[in-house]
Ligand binder design. Sequence first.
Ligand code: SAM
Length: 250
Amino acid sequence: MTSPFPMRFDIFTLFPEVFQPYLVVSILARARRQGAVEVQVHNIRDWTTDRHHVVDDEPYGGGGGMVMKPEPIFAAVEGVLGRPPRAPVILLTPQGRPFTQAVARELARLPHIALLCGRYEGVDERVRQHLVTDEISIGDYVLTGGELAALVVLDAVTRLLPGVLGDPDAPAKDSHAAGLLEHPHYTRPPVFRGWEVPEVLRSGDHGRIARWRREQSLRRTWERRPDLLAQADLTPEERALIARWQTKER
Ligand code: SAM
């Protein structure tokens, strides 16, 4: 069931047009229609007061690149959210804490968050020190701006809101929900170019299917992301199975 109050996202950016195409398709469009999520995108430039609407300036100390000025950012965030802001203000930055499914779950419990997108060399440090309450990175690489990162956060969090996905159990089955990668999926046709769907999935035996999927999930995680297994909730039998795979490999 959808919550009676939408989770609200206020996004602050210099490029609001980036967001619209993603907001009007698929799950985000449906979540907005259902009232599970409300997304307001604000152009930081609208809060400039000078004739040329300047939002950036050269860095003190020299060096290349431009830095986003503090005044329009403070004015935009406080203009929308009050002073002090009545919602967490999350800066998207490659220097932030890594974004994971656990962080998405944490944010999905909040009624309201603000996402601040940087550009150029990033925001003036005083924004980070005195306005921002959290910093998130979507990975160890550098993007041109925070907009893609904000969309990543918005999408991953929205999927977790009650009533958003058709199958309410889907988020719990997805990769990373319980520290494992998900099992492989197949659909019709049963044979494509001679490649068959595993017999077990066509057997109709739900117990066997569940066991096969669990083992595939373990196997994939062990092969691709063994680092995840240390934190995963595994039975002693599952740990023993992995130990056997390890022995065989040696
Ligand atoms: N000079 C900055 C540094 O080295 O930390 C990088 C600035 S980057 C070119 C411009 C903006 O893109 C950042 O202010 C941030 O908002 C966003 N950005 C880039 N990479 C990101 C990442 N991995 N996660 C989240 N946001 C990112």
